[in-house]
Design a protein around this ligand. Structure first.
Ligand code: DQA
Length: 148
């Protein structure tokens, strides 16, 4: 089983970026904790980060061989029809992750263009959200495989 993990803009700055909101773990730390869990769950991860909307669309379009997507679209959550449409097009089950609770923050963050095409959303659990998201993605993918 293969899971595609996508991190959007500015998440490469985790660790130093607004640490009162996003914590002090770096993206490398988060990726390492995901790889550890992936080993336990016996799944393979392809992990990417991009600051560019079109690159994220390309990654999603090429997700066909994967069983699920775990994505933190970051700021594009609130603006990107292109990322939403790409997720809808590929029909690969998708889990949306946010480190912070976007509903507790500025009003412009309350709207996710992604959530309507995602299987579900995990928001507000910090780096733990990636592990919860991976568990959810694997469970959804297993259920889908069992049904096909
Ligand atoms: C974020 C929340 C977004 O509103 C923000 O633009 C981010 C990170 C989160 O993980 O909490 O860059 O997706």
């Amino acid at each position: 089983m293969k899971i595609l993990v996508i991190n959007g803009p500015n998440l490469n700055l985790l660790g130093t970026r607004e640490s009162d909101i996003y914590g002090t773990m770096t993206l490398e730390d988060i990726n390492a904790s995901m790889q550890k869990l992936a080993k336990e769950l016996k799944v393979k991860l392809a992990i990417h980060q991009s600051n560019h909307e079109g690159d994220i669309v390309d990654l999603i379009q090429n997700a066909k061989g994967h069983d699920a997507i775990v994505i933190n679209p970051a700021a594009y959550t609130h603006t990107s029809v292109a990322i939403r449409d790409a997720i809808a097009a590929v029909e690969v089950p998708t889990v949306e992750i946010h480190l912070s609770n976007i509903y507790k923050r500025e009003e412009f963050r309350h709207k996710s263009l992604i959530s309507a095409v995602a299987h579900g959303q995990i928001s507000g659990f910090g780096p733990e959200g990636y592990l919860l998201g991976l568990r959810a993605a694997v469970s959804i993918a297993h259920a889908k495989k069992g049904n096909s």
